[in-house]
Design a protein around this ligand. Structure first.
Ligand code: NAP
Length: 272
């Protein structure tokens, strides 16, 4: 059974349906229990797989610890750490508790869940840990500094485990989507600030899902999968070699658009 977090909507919900179609039993986690139960019904109407749901708030330590206890009664063969929240905003106006919760959700919870699953993976010499990072985890992202840092941390965490546990039959991968068109948080950006400029790249829900499936089904998955319409690997190498270039590029390519997302989100937040 695969543990999939953030399955109640967005990319995670679509991924759950696709995985069920491929025959994977799933344990779905998110806060919105109603949405998870609906998804379970929808899946079980079409596919004969075992779907279990657990409602948990992965930004809160008590809730994560309760989840870890519940996980002990499931046979988990792999985990996809998909739950995540971006919250673009100017850093100096970020709410302190919000920052802490965001970091917990995007980084601490995946670490604790992975820690809880590792002993079983090691005893079976089998398992897979997939982290849904972001291009923001490989490239400094203004107005999402905390998100960029957490996604970068998720990447470093999982890549470090890949080296530490090499040869133990456990695979570790991170997926790095650019702005995703179709489902998820970028659709919310688009609703408030319009589409991201074309040259910023982007990808689709289907491409992201395909990367996850490739990782799951490969005998030797790549440690890193990038989902983006443009080939960004050469750019990423250049930005690490030349940090001033990274700053220039991020300023030219992303700052204006993300400032608009941050500004529009703030206005949107005030209206609510
Ligand atoms: N969409 C993009 O453009 C994009 C690009 C790069 C990377 N990503 C990454 O892809 C992943 C999925 O994003 P998405 O676009 O599908 O986002 P989304 O539509 O906002 O969905 C986020 C999922 O995470 C869950 N979640 C949020 N806060 C949670 C909490 N405190 N505890 C438990 N679950 C929580 C949500 O469920 P509940 O609200 O029910 O809890 C939901 O199922 C994220 O890790 C994101 O960082 C997305």
């Amino acid at each position: 059974m695969l543990l999939l977090t953030g399955a109640s909507r967005g990319i995670g919900a679509k991924l759950a349906v696709k995985l069920a179609e491929l025959g994977y039993d799933l344990l779905l986690v998110a806060r919105n229990e109603e949405a998870l139960k609906q998804l379970k019904l929808e899946i079980q109407k079409k596919y004969s797989v075992n779907i279990q749901v657990i409602s948990a708030d992965l930004s809160q330590s008590t809730s994560v610890l309760q989840l870890l206890e519940k996980l002990e009664s499931f046979e988990i063969s792999g985990v996809i750490h998909n739950a995540g929240v971006d919250a673009f905003q100017t850093f100096d106006t970020q709410d302190l508790k919000g920052l802490e919760d965001n970091l917990y959700l995007n980084l601490t919870a995946p670490m604790l869940i992975t820690r809880a699953l590792m002993p079983k993976f090691l005893s079976k010499q089998k398992g897979i840990v997939i982290g849904m990072s972001s291009l923001a985890g490989l490239f400094p992202t203004p107005y999402g500094a905390h998100y960029s840092a957490a996604k970068s941390g998720l990447w470093a965490f999982i890549q470090a485990l890949a080296i530490e546990y090499d040869g133990n039959g456990i695979h570790f991968c991170t997926i790095h989507p650019g702005f995703v068109h179709g489902d998820g948080m970028h659709e919310a950006h688009k609703a408030i600030a319009g589409d991201a400029p074309f040259f910023m790249g982007g990808t689709t829900t289907e491409t992201v899902i395909q990367k996850v499936i490739t990782a799951l089904q490969s005998a030797s998955p790549s440690p890193v999968y990038i989902a983006n319409r443009f080939a960004v690997k050469p750019l990423l190498i250049l930005t690490h070699l030349f940090p001033r270039f990274a700053k220039w590029l991020s300023t030219k390519m992303m700052k204006k658009y993300l400032a608009k997302v941050a500004h529009s989100s703030a206005i949107d937040g005030q209206k609510k």
